[in-house]
Ligand binder design. Structure first.
Ligand SMILES: [Zn+2]
Length: 264
């Protein structure tokens, strides 16, 4: 039996100005906490038994974090202090949740350089509040210049969309990929085997998600304002580690633009 204390949010000093943030407003309700410093921590105490192996697996992350911090501090003692000041990423990358395609690592970029959204099979769904909020924030607040949709080979999401096995909610999430298969059936049927078929469907999915990015009012408004924002589609090959630019062309957007554009 083990007890784990998970500290999710460290105590911090917050502003006391009630007009600026929720913390200030809550303070004004006089909940009884009169200190300027408040512990915002959420602590979960679990009595769930865990095997030693599982505990070691968990601790690997905590130990790894300590080593990571030590290495960074050795290179530059101000590294995290500088990182905390602000973020000015120039890229938004929408990728798959797959554990084998870590965007920063495969592009040799650092924290602060790429704003990220990841979901199963890198979908850009206009009814997904999460995705739409991330794109709007990246375009209107972070001032990014590049939106990249990155798919990858051996994608479990694409394979699941190809299968008829009942998987619950995930099949609903992947329904747009089935729709794409029908819309592009002539091209897909030209593929000689299932591996090629899956890879081509993966590429088509990336291109369709890029067009979904273009369809958002935030991106279109930014373009009308003369902002320099590029939309790109990538296929990351897990077997080689290399990224292939799928060269999304203006023509592909221009063909459908008149249906989706807005009068701002
Ligand atoms: Zn995937």
């Amino acid at each position: 039996m083990k007890n784990f204390n998970f500290l999710i949010y460290n105590s911090k000093k917050f502003s006391n100005d009630t007009s600026k943030d929720i913390f200030g407003s809550l303070k004004s309700l006089k909940s009884g906490n009169s200190n300027n410093e408040i512990n915002m921590g959420i602590r979960l105490n679990s009595d769930t038994p865990s095997s030693n192996e599982n505990y070691q697996r968990y601790m690997k992350l905590i130990t790894g974090n300590k080593e990571y911090v030590a290495e960074k501090m050795k290179e530059n003692p101000d590294y995290f202090r500088n990182l905390a000041k602000t973020q000015t990423p120039k890229y938004l990358l929408i990728g798959c949740s797959d554990s084998r395609v870590p965007p920063n690592e495969i592009t040799k970029t650092n924290p602060g350089e790429i704003s990220l959204l990841r979901n199963i099979a890198n979908q850009v769904n206009h009814s997904d509040l999460n995705c739409m909020s991330v794109i709007q924030y990246a375009v209107e607040n972070l001032g990014i210049n590049h939106i990249i949709v990155m798919g990858h080979t051996h994608c479990g999401g694409i394979k699941a969309a190809n299968e008829k096995k009942y998987l619950g909610l995930i099949q609903q999430w992947l329904t747009p990929i089935k729709d794409m298969a029908i819309q592009n059936k002539d091209e897909l049927l030209n593929q000689t085997d299932k591996v090629d078929f899956i890879e081509r469907l993966t590429e088509i999915n990336v291109k369709m998600q890029c067009l979904n990015v273009c369809k958002t009012p935030f991106v279109q408004k930014a373009w009308k304002e003369g902002r320099d924002i590029n939309v790109s589609g990538w296929l990351m090959d897990i077997e080689t580690g290399l990224i292939k630019d799928l060269t999304i062309t203006n023509e592909e957007w221009n063909d459908i633009k008149s249906v989706y554009d807005y009068n701002f």
